[in-house]
Design a protein around this ligand. Structure first.
Ligand code: HEM
Length: 433
């Protein structure tokens, strides 16, 4: 494989080479001393069991060393047990479908700036990194929806967004391995963390002050979380300053939302553009749907959506395009720790032990597997619109870019909504202007 392929591609290739013919697609890999042994799962049946409520398997401790420096501590992604349940319950209402629909206007505010920036590039005809521009855009969306704070990082320097992007660069080290040995690394990481915590802490203090003026305010996800938290504290006297325990927990989760949400949604938008550009017949259908549902004048789309956000629930072809992009280019995967009492079982009755291992549900391998998908590598949005009985009808549990089960993606509705809005505001521009 070429050197710059993503890590999961290597494992997908490995799975293809080594899968057994008399059972489901699973590979056991002992990568000692780099990791505990892995069970790489590329089968819908086994993935569903590994992520099920029934087994309730823990998030692997291996994830902590990756996620915790970015989030600043134990976070929703890595926590387990009652602590995770409490935090998830606090943030669930803010990420519900209805609530995210109410955030449409905030998302459009940021999307309009993104569209302006893309059009400026189109006018100049220059070469630029679409992923970079889109990542800043998503930082602004997530800052606005979760923290009720407009970061404006698309247009100017913002300490929070810049510190997080710097933290990722010095932590992930995919393309710049030399950074690992740079003696300044611990200082840069400490300072970026400090900058993020100070910025979010200040914003949280402001939200608390606003909230004490108007307790019914539900303007952003953080307001809802604050409301939920304070409802549990109602027997105690109202503190004049924001409760420090809440502040610490909320800061970590906001850092996680920014990290987990910006890059994944950005890559989905970029791949949608790539696939639409290379499939003009799909692009034509998408434009026709937008003309019919969102109004034929693209300049009025934003105001139409602000007035009627539910229009976003009436564009099935757009949803199919995004689902197909996420099938071909899933930005994430899932991991669970094994357990001595849990053996996975495929449809032929083969048993797969998990004790002492980490299960890696490899979304790319599963979503490209020819046993589950006709024409697995072709971009066919129609497979999401046909009924049962059609050869294209997707296999149950085969599509899992956001995972399923109790640990599924908290931000999936926000991500889908944001990609829909972005496509609605961009794909009908036809020429350089
Ligand atoms: C296209 C965009 C996205 C994709 C493909 C994606 C994918 C995923 C996946 C696969 C998981 C589960 C991982 C596992 O089971 O180990 C997950 C969890 C999570 N995601 Fe996303 N995500 C996206 C966007 C977002 C956004 C926008 C946010 C928040 C703003 C977000 C926040 C989270 C959180 C907090 C969790 C942990 C949930 C828990 O364990 O309770 N994600 N995501």
């Amino acid at each position: 494989l070429p050197e710059d392929r993503q890590q999961p591609d290597v494992f997908e290739a490995l799975c293809k080479l080594h899968e057994r013919k008399d059972g489901d697609s699973v590979v056991y890999l002992d990568a000692w001393p780099f990791s505990v042994p892995l069970v790489i799962i590329c089968s819908p049946t086994l993935a569903a069991q590994a992520c099920s409520q029934e087994h309730d398997l823990c998030k692997s401790p291996m994830l902590q060393s990756f996620f915790n420096p970015l989030a600043g501590g134990e976070n929703l992604f890595t926590m387990n047990g009652p602590e995770w349940k409490r935090s998830r319950a606090l943030f669930n209402p803010g990420f519900s479908g209805n609530y995210i629909l109410q955030q449409t206007s905030h998302i459009i505010d940021e999307a309009e700036i993104y569209v302006e920036i893309l059009r400026e590039h189109a006018r100049k005809g220059d070469i630029f990194s679409l992923d970079d521009v889109t990542c800043w855009y998503l930082m602004d969306v997530i800052g606005s929806v979760t923290l009720d704070s407009r970061l404006h990082s698309q247009r100017r320097y913002n300490p929070l967004a810049t510190a997080l992007r710097r933290q990722i660069r010095w932590h992930v080290l995919e393309s710049e391995k030399w950074l690992r040995w740079n003696p300044a690394r611990p200082f840069v990481q400490w300072y970026s963390s400090y900058e993020m915590d100070s910025y979010i802490g200040n914003e949280l203090d402001k939200r608390y002050a606003e909230w004490t003026q108007d307790e019914a305010s539900t303007r952003s996800i953080i307001h809802l979380a604050l409301q939920g938290y304070m409802a549990h504290q109602k027997d105690k006297a109202r503190p004049t300053r924001l409760d420090q325990a809440f502040k610490k927990r909320a800061t970590i989760q906001i850092r996680l939302f920014l990290f987990a949400g910006h890059d994944s949604t950005s890559s989905t938008i970029c791949y949608c553009f790539y696939l639409l550009e290379s499939h003009p017949e799909v692009l034509a259908k998408l434009r026709a749907e937008h003309d019919a549902v969102l109004g034929s004048n693209i300049e009025e789309t934003a105001s139409n959506l602000r007035e009627q956000p539910t229009l976003l629930n009436q564009i099935p072809y757009t949803t199919a395009v995004i689902k197909e992009a996420l099938r071909l280019f899933p930005p994430a995967s899932a991991m669970r720790g094994g357990d001595p009492s849990v053996q996975l079982k495929d449809d032929r009755g083969n048993l797969y032990p998990t004790d002492g291992m980490n299960m890696w549900i490899l979304h790319s391998a599963l979503q490209h597997h020819p046993d589950y998908w006709p024409e697995p590598l072709s971009f066919i949005p129609e497979r999401w619109l046909v009924g049962p009985g059609d050869p294209l009808y997707p296999v149950k549990g085969g599509w899992r870019p956001f995972e399923h089960g109790p640990r599924n993606c908290l931000g999936q509705t926000l991500a889908m909504q944001d990609v829909k809005i972005t496509l609605a505001l961009t794909v009908r521009y036809k020429q350089r202007l």
